[in-house]
Design a protein around this ligand. Structure first.
Ligand code: N01
Length: 580
């Protein structure tokens, strides 16, 4: 069958695979590669026309990663590490997508991926102990294992503003940007939202548009990226040290390496704080939050970094009223911290206007504009930088039905319930990669993906070795894990504000802190222990040699010592709150 993007093909029916993988982003690609290594038959279904997931869809101007490219990349192949060279500290979306395509070519992944095909349903057949998987192209296949590699930020949030259909111009969502790009030259543009996608695209849109109006509901904390070109000398030195860098990253709470000062901000004098904040600001990016150890755990400490960052905003933005509006009031770094290039400077341009919609929300769209507080702001094009139904949004779009007709969407109605963010009771042989309840978005995504895939492949290899038919999370262990994830989240100030971490960016969603905030190494240790114990917390059925210890094929590289020096207070707390 053809697997080329966009090609016509007949629906595939009746075929059985060892595993079906949903999604061909970084998670699906690596899963496929590893499963092939086990000799499994695999089919990957991908809704997009190519690999890359997030980086396939998010093509808005200025899109780039906020983790340094040398670390935001696969670590499983030293040859791959050595042969690929990133051009910039934070490489742009086209380069990350080119990297994804390079990986797909290098490991010959495409022949098992079916593109332009969205999985619509997955039902567990209890008698056959198989998943029946259906797609929007009429495919009906079965698989022993169904692996959801659907991404954490892959289901765009498109608020249904009143009058949205009356608007005559185009409306673009940053997360589904046209492949041919958009030229805003000479146009009046309205951008809704001021999260990461907005702050990256606004400076570039402003450089093209004749007028830009930004509609801000919540002001954004953002730190300069100070992005730079990576010189051949830098790359050579970094690559010579790559294995050590990768190992150091795995031991860090975030799964990526950056300088981190454990000293509490409250123990430093005002002068020392000022000095260290300035130095950290000059380094820029997410590591700014590593200036002191207590910033996300003590409100008074956080106030000191928030004051510093507010002064920075006011030092850049010339109009005092606009500057005031751009200064967030919430905890610094509570929402995902943004990393920008010239974001605040953009508001000094005469054709850029900021409209506060925090107290008076957008009333409606008209044929030619957006109305707020009775005033119409005329625009030719609208950019909806309104984010995603995070963590669970892409699960909600698939009818996933487990044992006894249990629907995953029903089970998760009050918030996602998983064991380790890997599996959910009632859904045997269904796995999720970086699912809710795992560090996922709070760690460097690609490291989090690799750790999950390696663990899963060892688990599935073990099942084959012992002849097990199914594996399923035990409800009481899942309940205990969910409780633990909730408990640990309370030690972090991140749980205190409204954000996509807790689902409240979208009205009506339950408020639950979804990712595991106890720190990547603590989580990895727990996963390793579960494996060493013979999958404690899971029930294996049909195994002939049930007591055979698992053969560790891939997870070994995650057995790194905890970097206690830099372990976050959340991680420390996670070890105090019994890790269940
Ligand atoms: O989405 P967001 P994003 N009326 O949810 C506003 C990753 N990412 O696409 O804050 C008016 O952060 C909403 O307002 P509020 C990264 O993890 C990474 O920007 O909910 N406004 C907010 O301002 C990031 O965190 C990179 O009050 C409305 C904005 O829209 C995550 O993806 C780049 C509204 C949405 O911000 C999501 O980022 C891009 C309404 N009805 C993304 N509804 C990098 O690596 C929503 N908003 C750098």
């Amino acid at each position: 069958m053809t697997t080329e993007a966009g090609g016509m093909r007949a629906a595939e029916t009746g075929t059985h695979f060892d595993a079906v993988v949903v999604g061909a982003g970084f998670a699906g690609m690596y899963m496929l590669h590893r499963l092939r290594g086990l000799g499994f038959t695999v089919r990957v279904f991908e809704a997009g026309g190519g690999v890359g997931g997030t980086w396939y869809w998010n093509r808005y101007p200025g899109a780039r990663c906020d983790v340094e490219s040398m670390q935001y990349s696969f670590s499983f192949s030293e040859e791959l590490d050595q042969e690929w060279s990133w051009s910039e500290k934070y490489s742009p979306q086209p380069e990350i997508l080119a990297y994804a395509n390079h990986v797909a070519d290098r490991f010959e992944l495409r022949r098992d991926i079916v593109f332009d095909t969205r999985v619509t349903g997955a039902t567990f057949d209890e008698k056959a102990k198989r998943w029946q998987i259906e797609t929007d192209r009429g495919d009906k296949v079965t698989a022993q294992f169904c692996i959801m590699a659907v991404g954490c930020l892959s289901s765009p949030n498109r608020p249904r503003f009143e009058g949205i259909d009356d608007f005559k111009g185009p409306i673009y969502h940053t997360g589904e940007w046209p492949h041919e790009g958009v030229d805003f030259t000479g146009l009046r543009v309205g951008v809704i939202g001021t999260g990461s996608s907005a702050i990256q695209s606004i400076p570039i849109i402003a450089s093209q548009a004749s007028a830009l109006t930004v509609f801000q509901r919540t002001a954004t904390w953002s730190v300069p990226a100070w992005n730079e070109t990576l010189t051949p000398e830098y790359l050579k030195a970094a690559k010579a040290n790559y294995p050590a860098l990768r190992a150091k990253a795995r031991a860090r709470p975030t799964g990526f390496y950056f300088p981190f000062n454990m000293k509490p901000a409250l123990e430093a004098s005002p002068e020392e704080r000022q000095k260290l904040y300035e130095e950290a600001w000059e380094r820029g990016g997410l590591p700014f939050l590593g200036a002191f150890g207590d910033l996300l755990f003590e409100k008074a400490a956080n106030d000191t970094i928030a004051d510093f960052a507010r002064r920075k905003i006011k030092g850049v933005v010339k109009d005092p009223a606009t500057a005031e509006l751009l200064c967030p009031e919430n905890v610094f770094g509570c929402k995902r911290l943004c990393v920008d290039t010239g974001y605040f400077e953009t508001y000094n341009l005469p054709h850029v206007k900021l409209v506060d919609v925090s107290k008076k929300p957008i009333e409606r769209f008209t044929a030619g504009g957006i109305v707020v507080d009775g005033q119409e702001y005329p625009v030719d094009s609208i950019v909806s930088a309104t984010g995603f139904a995070a963590m669970t949004g892409s699960f909600d779009k698939i009818a996933i039905i487990g044992r006894n007709g249990l629907k995953l969407s029903e089970k998760w109605r009050a918030g996602p319930r998983t064991y380790l963010g890997l599996a959910s009771a009632g859904f045997p042989n269904l796995f999720m990669i970086t699912g809710p309840g795992s560090p996922s978005v709070l760690a460097s995504m690609i490291q989090a993906i690799e750790q999950h895939v390696d663990w899963l492949v060892d688990c599935l290899g073990h099942m084959r070795d012992v002849g097990a038919a199914t594996i399923e999370a035990r409800l009481e262990d899942e309940d205990a894990w969910v409780e633990h994830v909730n408990e640990v989240s309370k030690v972090s100030l991140r749980s205190t504000c409204s954000s996509w971490y807790v689902g409240t960016n979208i009205p009506g969603r339950p408020r639950v802190f979804m990712p595991y905030i106890g720190g990547f190494p603590v989580y990895v240790q727990k996963c390793n222990e579960v494996m060493s114990s013979g999958f404690d917390g899971f029930v294996l059925e049909g195994a002939a040699a049930i007591n055979k210890p698992p053969e560790v094929r891939y997870t070994e590289r995650w057995r790194v010592p905890l970097d206690i020096e830099v372990i976050s207070p959340a991680a420390v707390a996670a070890r105090r709150v019994p890790v269940v």
